[in-house]
Design a protein around this ligand. Structure first.
Ligand code: E4P
Length: 219
């Protein structure tokens, strides 16, 4: 499973990239707005930090405008994947951009039928929002499993990106489900390293080692 960071913050991206396990980045208008820089400049900087798929979302709502915006975003860097929302216009734009060879991440997916439509339009990635579905008292990970099954049934090449992940449990569940990609905030990626028994075991190894090989200096 590919691991993506769901942030537009350059410090977080640098820290994550330094661990060598970040395969790509997802952004959205809220995340870009948080950083306060124009979309194109921010995406350009992100592409210089992480060498992998970088999703940049259109902000217009009509398909001709989305296509125009998508073309511009795709020109920023060869790694840019254009993100279009799962609306009627977004699907028309996806079909058009895909026909031009521009890779599209269809976002704001909350149902299996929406995912089916996106795949038929030629989406490169579909983004089901797991956490936001959990918030409505449904199981977001069931949607990831359903989409994977539907795509398997018909041999769709669209990759499933488990989005809106909020905990390490979400990440392992996405991996167990067979999701192609999981995108997560920096905080969640950081938490994946943690286990109290790792810390305890390491402290014990160091203590035992030092007792024999680094005795306290005499005098
Ligand atoms: C995905 O690409 C979205 O940017 C993101 O995962 C949304 O997550 P949120 O529900 O935590 O805002």
């Amino acid at each position: 499973m590919k691991i993506f960071l769901d942030t537009a913050n350059l410090d977080e991206l640098r820290r994550g990239a330094a661990w060598g396990i970040v395969d790509g980045v997802t952004t959205n208008p809220s995340l870009i707005a948080k950083e306060g820089k124009p979309l194109e400049a921010q995406i350009h900087e992100i592409c210089g930090i992480v060498d992998g798929d970088i999703s940049a979302e259109v902000v217009s709502t009509s398909s001709p405008e989305m296509v125009g915006e998508g073309r511009k975003l795709a020109k920023i860097h060869r790694n840019v994947v254009v993100k279009c929302p799962l609306t009627r216009d977004g699907i028309v734009a996806t079909k058009e951009l895909a026909a031009e060879g521009i890779r599209v991440n269809v976002t704001l997916c909350f149902s299996a039928n929406q995912a089916l439509i996106a795949a038929k339009a030629g989406a490169y990635i579909i983004s089901p929002f797991v956490g936001r579905i959990d918030d409505t008292d449904w199981n977001g990970m069931d949607l990831v499993r359903d989409i994977l099954q539907i795509y398997r049934n018909y041999g769709f090449k669209t990759q499933v990106l488990a989005a809106s992940l909020r905990s390490p449990t979400h990440v392992s569940q996405a991996a167990l489900a067979g999701s192609h990609i999981a995108t997560m905030p920096f905080k969640v990626l950081d938490m994946l390293f943690n286990h109290p028994l790792t810390d305890k075991g390491l402290a014990q190894f160091q203590k035992d080692w030092n007792k024999v090989f680094q005795p306290p200096a005499a005098g």
